[in-house]
Ligand binder design. Structure first.
Ligand code: 8X3
Length: 251
């Protein structure tokens, strides 16, 4: 096995696609997620290609994050790559009509969860004097859009934090990168619109959105770049997209 990679939010979308591509490339995979059934299915499939360990915990609970990392067996502790992928949007509407519960969920998951996991993994990475942390942000973090309020703010926090973390770690041999995807067809809109399939589908109609595999390919490329190269900050759009909310649809 080439390197040990830990992926949060590995049970669907970009996280799952990344696990599948890195398994083909012989990385050892620690797959994290809340959906135990999906984790075991993925583990059973990917075990045919590489070494896999699954960790089933809630990233928004700091105690659970610490406990999950503390219980890693010795042979899995040399984590070289952390992919902070877990994150979601909940709701899309004017701030004044927003739900406190949705805001808490996004801040807890997109911001605090990412911080908890990074804090827990760094003590394993720092003694190696090498490593790579890839945070999955969003174009929403640099180009906020109407009704995106708290989601955009949470991704702006990821963007700002990633830049600071790169400064804090650049003397420690640890690369820090951010990927900011535009429109990617995953469960993202289904979650954002609380299971409303028609509304979610409309987001991806009339153009070819990115697939989770497109972002996973980028992650693999970033990991396989020469040691002296860091793709520090990458915006990735489908060809039909020019900016947040600006997609050329042919409907
Ligand atoms: C996903 C892209 O534009 O829907 O973060 O926020 S967007």
């Amino acid at each position: 096995m080439k390197k040990i990679v830990l992926i949060s939010g590995a049970t669907s979308g970009i996280g799952e696609a990344t696990a599948r591509i890195l398994a083909q490339k012989d990385y050892g995979l620690i797959l994290c997620g809340r959906r135990a059934d999906r984790l075991s299915t993925l583990e059973a499939q990917l075990k045919l290609q590489t070494k896999v360990l699954t960790l089933n915990f809630d990233i928004t609970n700091q105690g659970d994050v610490e406990a999950a990392v503390a219980q890693l067996p010795k042979e899995w502790r040399n984590i070289e790559v952390l992919i902070n992928n877990a994150g979601n949007a909940h709701g899309l509407g004017p701030f004044q009509e927003g739900s406190l519960n949705d805001w808490e969920t996004m801040i807890d998951l997109n911001v605090k969860g990412l911080l908890y996991l990074t804090k827990a993994i760094l003590p394993l990475m720092l003694p190696q004097n090498k490593g790579h942390i890839i945070n999955i942000g969003s174009v929403a973090g640099i180009q906020p859009y109407p009704n995106g309020n708290v989601y955009c703010a949470s991704k702006a926090a990821v963007h700002s934090f990633t830049q600071c973390l790169r400064m804090d770690l650049h003397t420690k041999g640890i690369k820090v990168s951010e990927i900011k995807p535009g429109m990617v067809e995953t469960e993202f809109s289904l979650v954002r619109f609380k299971g409303d399939e028609q509304r979610a589908q409309r987001v991806y109609e009339g153009y070819e959105p990115l697939r989770p595999q497109d972002v996973a390919d980028l992650i693999a490329y970033m990991l396989e770049a020469p040691a002296h190269v860091n793709l520090a900050d990458v915006l990735i759009f489908p060809a039909a997209q020019a900016a947040s909310g600006m997609v050329h649809k042919t409907l």
